[in-house]
Design a protein around this ligand. Structure first.
Ligand SMILES: Cc1ncc(COP(=O)(O)O)c(C=O)c1O
Length: 423
């Protein structure tokens, strides 16, 4: 049996329609933006492998640092123990985060980072003697796969089978409708039981790269602050430069109480996540009473290798060349969409920083849109990994993408848009 046959025998892949999705593509090498399969064909990874990769695959600097750390300390229980990579990472990260972020809690993926913020919010109020358990989120929200994260997210194809088991949360209008969102948020807060407001700042990823203004987000957070409602910024996708600034919330004045980070945190090399919070939150858990403590921990919490990869990735992100690369991608996206002109098939073009989304007119929008699989297959045939979200084609590239690679991605998309517009 070859690799693909063995894969089909043993492996259950995520997000595949078992009968109709073809066999998985066997990737044997990743270098820079390129992924190479068994036959030697290369693909430009224009979606950073599910939005995680920042500096390119198998980055030699991150690999070297991880190799060195591997030989010193691979893992240690993080309850009551600590190590240099974890401390250095949090110290370095705190320089990029809003200055109210004081404490960091480790976990292993974005869903857990969200789950932790949700649990901390509820317990924060309990520790203060108040029973506030409802979450307000945005229409279209996606916060991950665990039950809590699904509950905070919008009810969708992803959570449909579990809808009876999800806890209540309220979804206010998408902030593009600023007045409607503000009004609805105020109405919900007035009910007095809201533990926290959770949001993907500036860009909703899974909903189809839907974007909204920083000034609206600022207003929504300010409303919460005034009313004493906690705010959770889910930066799992938007963090680490995607929106042009290190974090999306760097573009606003108001400061959330929690920030959830994962994906780009380790530069896309290892599973790692963080939930940061304010000193006020932390202090609500301080004391002699074990019942006040946050009794939550994952086996691989604070993994030193993951922290080392994250530190190395953050060093690369801080480099002038990386900041310039982010600006260049942003400019190139703008120039590309300007020259695209009016094509019949395009419903809307959106851009925030390095994220470019082109929404197509479609009889059926959303993840179940039929056009998705065809686009994905056609792009892959042309050597570009783009994974449309329903009828939304988007580019979210690693920052190391070369001009000529980006040009090829644009070319392949433009040709497809022209073809679709002619039909
Ligand atoms: C905004 C947001 N939050 C949370 C998650 C969940 O992260 P993970 O897949 O690492 O559990 C995702 C994943 O795409 C996300 O986009």
């Amino acid at each position: 049996m070859n690799l693909v046959e063995k894969d089909q025998k043993y492996i259950w892949h995520p997000f595949t329609q078992m009968k109709t999705s073809g066999p998985a593509l066997p990737i044997v090498k990743g270098e820079g933006t390129l992924l190479t399969d068994e036959s030697g064909k290369s693909y430009i990874d224009a979606i950073s492998s599910w939005w995680v990769n920042l500096h390119g695959h198998s980055h030699p600097y991150i690999a070297q640092k991880v190799f060195e750390q591997m030989q010193k300390l691979e893992h240690v229980v993080f309850a009551g123990f600590t190590h240099q990579p974890a401390v250095d990472l949090c110290e370095k990260l705190s320089r990029h985060l809003p200055d109210n972020q004081a404490k960091f809690f480790f976990s292993g993926d974005g869903s857990s980072a969200v789950e932790i913020a949700l649990k901390m919010s509820v317990q924060y109020w309990k520790n203060k003697g108040e029973n506030k358990t409802r979450f307000v989120a945005l229409e279209g929200a996606y916060h991950g796969e665990t039950f809590g994260a699904m509950s905070a997210g919008a009810r969708s194809i992803f959570s449909a089978h579990f809808s009876d088991m999800l806890f209540e949360s309220t979804h206010i209008p998408f902030p593009k409708e600023e007045q409607a969102a503000i009004q609805s948020l105020k109405t919900e807060i007035a009910k007095g039981d809201v533990a926290a407001f959770i949001f993907e700042p500036l860009v909703q990823g899974a909903a189809g790269m839907r974007m909204y203004d920083a000034s609206t987000l600022n207003k929504l957070i300010q409303i919460c602050k005034k009313a004493g409602v906690l705010c959770i910024a889910d930066e799992v996708m938007t963090g680490f430069g995607r929106t042009g600034t290190t974090f999306a919330v760097n573009q606003i004045e108001a400061k959330p109480d929690f920030i959830c980070m994962s994906k780009g945190l380790s530069g896309g090399t290892l599973p790692l996540s963080l939930t940061s919070c304010t000193q006020d939150i932390y202090e609500a858990f301080l004391g002699d009473d074990i019942h006040k403590a946050f009794l939550h921990g994952h086996s691989f919490t604070g993994n030193p290798i993951g922290c080392t990869a994250a530190l190395a990735s953050l060093e690369l992100l801080e480099k002038k060349e990386c900041r310039e690369a982010i600006e260049k991608i942003t400019e190139n996206h703008k120039a590309f969409t300007e020259q695209l002109g009016a094509l019949k098939v395009i419903e809307e073009i959106r851009q925030t920083g390095t994220i470019l989304a082109i929404e197509l007119k479609s009889d059926r929008s959303g993840y179940a849109s039929k056009i998705r699989q065809k686009l994905y297959d056609d792009f892959l045939k042309r050597g570009v990994l783009l994974r449309p979200l329903g009828n939304v084609i988007y580019i979210l590239p690693p920052y190391c993408i070369q001009e000529k690679e980006l040009k090829k991605v644009y070319e392949v998309i433009q040709e497809k848009l022209i073809e679709l517009s002619q039909n």
